[in-house]
Design a binder for this molecule. Structure first.
Ligand code: PRP
Length: 181
């Protein structure tokens, strides 16, 4: 189905949809009817966010977005986080649920948690589709994690390499030739 740029499918779109549903059920259970402000981190999280968001229960679920970037065009975090777009509304007193596509070194999310905590929310939790614990540079744990993955460069389902491959319907391992040349 894919060309030589893709080494293999790591997690299929169907697996992700099923897991997103399970995660949404767990989240709805844990918040137990309390209002939630879901904060999607553009751009990578957008596809998973849609799967998760539509499965959250109740009428007290708000949605806002932030855009952060730390990768540039490479395959590993530059260590420098840029805020490209801030939230639209204040978050004081709210239960904030950050939704990400991947936790890698942990640098981006540690920065974000700090920024959001300083705004006096009621709580801040982190939900991520993927987690690569072997790559962590700072200690950080997701509250809800879809899949733990090994240290390989993944694209698809919103994740990019140099802005490409976000549209693939599965999470795939990118062939080394693509980023080594
Ligand atoms: C990715 C991902 C996280 C971050 C994780 O974003 O969405 O925000 O990197 O890496 P870290 O744990 O090493 O900090 P990216 O900068 O690629 O932006 P994008 O979502 O727009 O592709």
């Amino acid at each position: 189905m894919y060309g030589k740029e893709i080494e293999k499918v790591l997690i299929s779109g169907e697996q992700i949809e099923a897991r997103a549903k399970e995660m949404a059920e767990q989240i709805s259970k844990d918040y137990n009817g309390e209002p939630i402000l879901v904060v999607g981190i553009l751009r990578g999280a957008s596809i998973f966010l849609a799967d998760l968001f539509k499965n959250l229960k109740g009428y007290n679920v708000e949605l806002d977005f932030m855009s952060l970037s730390s990768y540039g065009a490479g395959t590993s975090s530059s260590g420098e986080v840029k805020m490209i777009k801030d939230l639209t509304e204040p978050i004081d007193g709210k239960n904030v649920l950050i939704v990400e596509d991947i936790i890698d070194t942990g640098i981006t999310l540690t920065y974000l948690m700090k920024v959001l905590q300083a705004r006096n929310p009621k709580s801040v939790k982190l939900c991520s589709l993927l987690d690569k614990p072997s790559r962590r540079k700072v200690e950080l744990k997701g509250d809800y994690v879809g899949f733990e993955i090994p240290d390989c460069f993944v694209v698809g389902y919103g994740l990019d390499y140099a802005e490409k491959f976000r549209n693939l319907p599965d999470v795939c391992i990118l062939a080394k030739e693509v980023y080594e040349n």
